[in-house]
Design a protein around this ligand. Structure first.
Ligand code: AMP
Length: 246
């Protein structure tokens, strides 16, 4: 049988997406052999300097989708306080930092986590060392921007808002606005969210410039193909009868 041209699947590799040799080696060291769907869509656009809005969930490989382009640009333009990743929870912050450190292990990448529940002074010392990447929850980051002498984000080149729907659901809107007001307008922004809520849409319009939109469907919530669904409008008094007759 002849294969339909449209069904031929393109094979993607990190190299074909434009990832450099240093980062391809980093991916190998993490056992990332081939890029995930979100990485296939997001990495080339990000490497072209586009802002990105990605609808994808944890488990899709979205951290790699934003970390690889950031690190590739950092390698060509080395600079401290290069990128800020905002995330709703402490746990996610540590997981994201771990992936950045894994990808940047061969070139001495410094990443710090700034979240609540940890001593402010210890964090101030880490910030004074000017890491390349900060992964933070919005509340604690604003605390440092307002109270830690000498700390600012005026040189930032990238802002990532990860799980933006959860950030906004947790009432971090004011903190996110404060952060947006003190970072350079001339930057790249990546916004990742599992759902597109009205608040996320508003944030997207306020903080991204002509973003490329990427949506990765997650199969686990899809309706089974052959399932038949229908409405049956019946008087209330017959409801029980209908129920039992099925
Ligand atoms: P994330 O959705 O970013 O939280 O990633 C979920 C998991 O997928 C993490 O454990 C990553 O290490 C892993 N991962 C990310 N990209 C790849 C890839 N290209 N191949 C295999 N595993 C990956």
């Amino acid at each position: 049988m002849e294969e339909d041209e449209s069904e031929k699947k393109e094979i993607h590799t990190f190299q074909s997406l434009g990832v450099n040799d240093v980062l391809i080696e980093s991916c190998k060291s993490l056992n990332w052999e081939t890029p995930t769907k979100i990485q296939i869509e997001a990495i080339p656009a990000a490497l072209q300097g586009k802002d990105i809005i990605g609808l994808a969930e944890t488990g899709s490989g979205k951290t790699g989708a934003f970390a690889i382009p950031i690190l590739q640009n950092l390698l060509s333009n080395p600079q401290r306080l290069f990128a800020l990743v905002l995330t709703p929870t402490r746990e996610l912050a540590f997981q994201i930092c771990q992936q950045f450190e894994g990808l940047g292990a061969s070139f001495g990448l410094k990443c710090v986590v700034i979240v609540g529940g940890i001593d402010m002074m210890t964090q101030s010392i880490l910030l004074a060392k000017k890491p390349h990447i900060i992964v933070a929850t919005p509340g604690r980051l604003v605390d440092h921007l307002e109270n830690t002498k000498g700390f600012h984000l005026k040189s930032l080149k990238y802002l990532v808002m990860d799980e933006a729907d959860r950030i906004l659901d947790m009432d971090f809107e004011t903190e996110v606005d404060k952060i947006l007001n003190v970072i350079p307008r001339d930057r790249n922004t990546y916004l990742y969210s599992a759902t597109m809520t009205a608040k996320v849409n508003k944030l997207q319009r306020a903080s991204l410039k002509e973003p490329v939109k990427i949506q990765i469907s997650v199969n686990k919530y899809h309706t089974v193909e052959k399932l038949v669904q229908f409405y049956l409008f019946i008087p209330l008094k017959f409801k029980v009868y209908f129920f039992w007759s099925f």
